[in-house]
Design a protein around this ligand. Structure first.
Ligand SMILES: [Ca+2]
Ligand SMILES: [Ca+2]
Ligand SMILES: [Ca+2]
Ligand SMILES: [Ca+2]
Length: 372
């Protein structure tokens, strides 16, 4: 090694030490290998992946010049794909439990913009978080639920941030109940719903846009022993229905919403999803009726069964190789064409891959934000 080369190396090492101390490079190239540093909210940097924090990636050349910069967020505790600014395109929302922090990455229709913090201190210690429009202004809001006290706190979206939260209901919940947020009355405002796992009972507290009102029983004995439950509108009347899934047989039972109660349930399909790792229920073909979609993790295969309003039709494969080893899988309409697209999230890289719906299958995926 000649002296010039030695000098260059020393300079590079000094540069790295200096910049690490000043917490700027979050990913530096060393001997051709990328090294990840994470930059958290307190301007501290670590080598390891922390439980939460903003990650920005810088790539340097041997002279210490930044050659590229890329923003991402790593290791969130919950993820959502919903429209929070009311432009018809679903956005990416990440929730960090420790800080009760909510980060939003708006969809442009072809990619997600860099994340920004919309609220902190909302939901610390909560067991469930939701993104749904509870006041009917077209912008989805951030809701958290505490099992023990049965408390529901709402933070409304104003289109560019989540506003200070307020208590919308108390005494409605328990560890025995699975909570949901969905518009079961069809007035455009999402209501809160509890499913009692031990009895198969469903209770609803309606939103009036400012609070959730008195709860009432909507149905008993629907879904006892089921492996998954949903509250989505499967017949397109604007009222979200209650649906349960039994894993061994891949059987889906639907109970339609009638404004003040759920009706008698009936079987809509069987043999759909047996052995699947995730079941989803959203409208993927744009006819306003939620369809049943199942995901198999080993192969990243998604099968869809379209609702005709009275039953789920024969399932077919919509995409292969989408989401193998992903952390979570979601459906959301990120390009605003009315057909919900399939998204997968890789927590350690903070990356989202989108496979858009054509209405008959999911297209080849592409990355919308995050590290490769
Ligand atoms: Ca709203
Ligand atoms: Ca319905
Ligand atoms: Ca549909
Ligand atoms: Ca779409």
């Amino acid at each position: 090694m000649n002296n010039m080369r030695k000098f260059q190396l020393l300079f590079t090492l000094l540069f790295c030490v200096t910049t690490i101390t000043h917490a700027t490079p979050l990913l530096a190239k060393k001997s051709g290998q990328q090294r990840t540093y994470l930059y958290n909210e307190n301007n501290q940097m670590t080598h390891s992946i922390p439980s939460s924090g903003i990650m920005t990636v810088y790539t340097y050349d041997m002279n210490g010049n930044v050659v590229s910069q890329q923003g991402a967020i790593a290791v969130s505790d919950n993820q959502f794909i919903e429209d929070v600014n009311g432009d018809g395109k679903a956005d990416s929302i990440l929730y960090y439990a420790k800080e009760g922090a909510w980060y939003v990455s708006l969809s442009t229709g072809t990619q997600f913009k860099p994340y920004s913090k919309w609220l902190a201190g909302h939901g610390i210690g909560s067991q469930q978080q939701f993104i749904a429009d509870v006041n009917g202004d077209g912008k989805s809001d951030a809701i958290v639920h505490f099992y023990e006290a049965g408390e529901w706190y709402v933070s409304l979206s104003n289109g560019s941030s989540f506003e200070g939260y307020s208590l919308w209901k108390t005494g409605f919940g328990s560890p025995m109940y699975r909570p949901f947020i969905a518009d079961v009355t069809g007035d455009g405002r999402a209501d809160c719903i509890l499913f009692n796992k031990e009895k198969g009972n469903w209770s609803v507290a309606q939103s009036d846009g400012k609070s959730f009102g008195q709860q009432s029983s909507w149905l008993e004995g629907h879904g006892l022993g089921s492996h998954n439950q949903f509250v989505e509108d499967v017949n397109g009347d604007g009222k979200a229905d209650s649906i349960v899934y039994f894993g061994e047989s891949g059987t889906w039972y639907v109970s339609l919403a009638y404004g003040t109660n759920f009706g008698a349930y009936s079987q809509w399909i069987e043999g759909h999803g047996t052995g699947s790792h995730k079941q989803l229920l959203r409208d993927v073909n744009g006819d306003k009726k939620a369809d049943s979609v199942v995901y198999f993790s080993e192969t990243g295969t998604w099968y869809t069964s379209i609702s005709d309003g009275a039953r789920f039709g024969n399932y077919s494969k919509w995409v292969d190789g989408h989401g193998v080893s992903s952390t979570s899988q979601l459906l959301g309409d990120v390009n605003g064409d009315g057909k919900l697209d399939s998204l997968v999230y890789f927590a350690l890289k903070g990356s989202w891959y989108v496979s858009k719906s054509t209405g008959r299958y999911f297209e080849a995926y592409s990355k919308w934000i995050g590290l490769d």
